[in-house]
Design a protein around this ligand. Structure first.
Ligand SMILES: [Zn+2]
Length: 269
C-alpha cells in the first residue's frame, strides 16, 4: 500500500511582512509568509514531515522561497524574511487534530497493537483460570458443553446434530463428577459467549437424574465421558483378556468441553 504514497502540504496560516520590499516589483508590504503542515499519505496519512514555509510576493507573484526548499538552504534571505519565518512558526499553535492527523496510520497501528495485546492477555488469563477450575471442580459449577443430539433424552431426531447445553456438578466422588444436564439446548457449537446466553441457569431447568462423569476425561481430554452402569462394567471386565485400569475404558464420550479461546467454560458463583 505504501507504493501509492504521496506528500501533502496544507496551508495553516499566513502573514504579510509590512516592512519588506519585493526585489522584483519593488512594492512594500506585499511579501507574504505561508506556514504549512506537511505529511506523507497513502490514502490515510502516515507520518508528519514538519511545518515548512513559503515566501512570495502577493503583488507580482515572485517566489522568494518555495515550500519545497530544504531547511539547510535558508541562509540567503533578508533578515526581515528570516525573522518573519521564525515568528510565524513560533506564534502558530497547532490544534491537537493538526498535531495527530499526519500520524493517523501509526496511531491506528499502535492502537491495534495495544488492543491485540490486551485481547491476548485476557484470553490467556481466561484459559488458565478455566484449566485451574476444571482441575479443581466445586459443587455448583456449571460447565458449557457441546453435545451430540443423539445423546439427549429429548432428542426428536435420529440425526446427530451439534448442540450446546449446560452441565452442573451436584456431587463429587474422587474421579467421578455427578452432573445434571440442562433440559434446554440450542443448536450450534457456541463459539461466542453470547451463543450460550439463551440457556437458563435456574435450578429447575436442570434434570434430576445425575450422570457419572469422569474428571480425568474433562481435565486431560476436554471431553465429557459418562461411566457405564455397573452391569456393563462387570461384563467388560469379564470379556477383557487384559484388565484395563483406565477409567475411560469404562465410559463413553457424550460431549466436548468447548475449546474456543476466551469463552468462560466453567461458571462458578
Ligand atoms: Zn513583487
Amino acid at each position: 500500500m505504501f507504493y501509492f504514497y504521496s506528500i501533502v502540504t496544507k496551508p495553516l496560516t499566513s502573514v504579510v511582512l509590512q516592512n519588506e520590499i519585493c526585489p522584483v516589483c519593488s512594492k512594500k508590504g506585499t511579501i507574504e509568509v505561508v506556514l504549512y503542515m506537511k505529511f506523507a499519505t497513502a490514502l490515510i496519512p502516515m507520518f508528519g514531515l514538519g511545518r515548512p514555509t513559503s515566501v512570495h510576493c502577493t503583488e507580482c507573484g515572485h517566489e522568494i522561497k518555495s515550500v519545497n526548499t530544504p531547511l539547510f538552504a535558508q541562509n540567503n534571505y533578508s533578515p526581515g524574511i528570516i525573522n518573519g519565518i521564525k515568528t510565524i512558526k513560533a506564534n502558530h499553535k497547532r490544534t491537537l487534530w493538526q498535531l495527530l492527523y499526519p500520524w493517523s496510520i501509526l496511531i491506528l497501528l499502535g492502537l491495534l497493537c495495544i488492543f491485540g495485546l490486551l485481547t491476548q492477555y485476557s484470553v490467556s488469563r481466561t484459559n488458565s483460570q478455566t484449566s485451574e477450575m476444571l482441575a479443581n471442580p466445586k459443587i455448583g459449577d456449571v460447565y458449557k458443553v457441546n453435545i451430540d443430539s443423539m445423546y439427549l433424552l429429548n432428542a426428536n431426531t435420529m440425526g446427530s446434530k451439534r448442540s450446546q447445553t449446560l452441565f452442573k456438578i451436584i456431587d463429587i466422588k474422587s474421579d467421578t463428577l455427578l452432573m445434571v444436564r440442562n433440559k434446554q439446548k440450542t443448536e450450534g457449537i457456541g463459539v461466542k459467549e453470547s451463543d450460550w446466553n439463551s440457556l437458563s441457569r435456574e435450578d429447575n431447568t436442570f434434570e434430576t437424574a445425575p450422570h457419572k462423569i469422569s474428571l480425568k476425561g474433562i481435565t486431560e481430554r476436554k471431553e465429557v465421558f459418562e461411566f457405564f452402569n455397573q452391569k456393563k462394567i462387570d461384563s467388560i471386565n469379564k470379556t477383557d483378556r487384559v484388565k484395563s485400569i483406565d477409567p475411560l475404558h469404562f465410559s463413553k464420550s457424550i460431549g466436548q468441553i468447548p475449546n474456543y479461546n476466551g469463552i468462560e467454560i466453567v461458571e462458578r458463583k
